[in-house]
Design a protein around this ligand. Structure first.
Ligand SMILES: Nc1ncnc2c1ncn2[C@@H]1O[C@H](COP(=O)(O)OP(=O)(O)O)[C@@H](O)[C@H]1O
Ligand SMILES: [Mg+2]
Length: 232
């Protein structure tokens, strides 16, 4: 079961998004926020919402999100992917206001660093309070990011569990050292795909290879899709 706030860090294609989806597979009420609008656009078994956002005046110009949440508010089970193309922080803030009113759901944000970068102004209020006290409204959060150093420290500091996939940048390794023994931190640049170091409030950090080859939610990448036909 997902903790209240879980993060998945690592370079592109290390398996973060697939693992996040795997971890929430049994969650009954689930929203996924997708800023890439690529691999998650065709995820099966989910409603797909494409809200239109206007920067001036600020807000959604259609009823995609509000209408959907009103419809599922009392449902035992729902799952949707919300595809956002711009104004990431503003749209996440609006969404956090709404999900706090709906309550009892899990919100997964892919590429969280696009929404709440570590640099710049402080976090908007609804995102902040959803992250630090959303537990009382039955909210759980998960997020992925390629660069742990570029995710707002409020998110990192409140995470109960972090899965660290391969990272190589110095700032990211420095961030990791605060969470795990040196030997594990030193292994981060050479971790194979789909292998992570798990750190959590619940226990000691450990290397987790258990999911290698076992997750297929996003489809196999081309390189392992089976024997290639040889060009003759
Ligand atoms: N544990 C795994 N075993 C095998 N293939 C995986 C595993 N995790 C992810 N994949 C595949 O690897 C590719 C990249 O995974 P993805 O989760 O999108 O990476 P990331 O989010 O880190 O960029 C996807 O095609 C996915 O299906
Ligand atoms: Mg991803």
């Amino acid at each position: 079961m997902l903790s209240y706030l879980e993060l998945f860090f690592g370079k592109s294609f290390t398996g973060k998004t697939a693992r996040m989806l795997h971890e929430v597979r049994a969650v009954p009420r689930l929203l996924i926020v997708d800023p890439k609008c690529a691999q998650l656009a065709t995820l099966k078994g989910y409603a797909h919402l494409w809200p239109q956002y206007s920067a001036k005046p600020r807000g959604w110009t259609d009823g995609a999100i509000v209408g959907y949440l009103r419809k599922v508010r009392d449902a035992q089970r729902f799952r949707a992917v919300i595809h956002v193309r711009d104004n990431f922080k503003e749209q996440l803030e609006l969404l956090c206001i709404l999900v706090r009113a709906v309550g009892n759901l899990t919100l997964c944000v892919d590429e969280l660093g696009l929404f709440i970068p570590s640099v710049g102004p402080s976090l908007p209020p609804a995102i902040t309070s959803a992250m630090i006290s959303g537990r009382h409204e039955g909210l759980a959060f998960a997020g992925t990011a390629q660069r742990p150093a570029l995710v707002h420290v409020t998110a990192r500091a409140n995470a109960e569990r972090i899965r660290w996939y391969r990272v190589t940048e110095r700032n990211d390794l420095d961030a990791a050292r605060g969470y795990m023994p040196l030997a594990l931190a030193d292994s981060l640049p050479t971790l194979p795909n789909y292998v992570c170091i798990e750190t959590s409030d619940a226990g000691a950090a450990f290397r987790d290879e258990s999911m290698v080859g076992k997750i297929n939610v996003l489809g196999a990448p081309p390189a392992v899709r089976g024997p290639r036909k040889r060009a003759s």
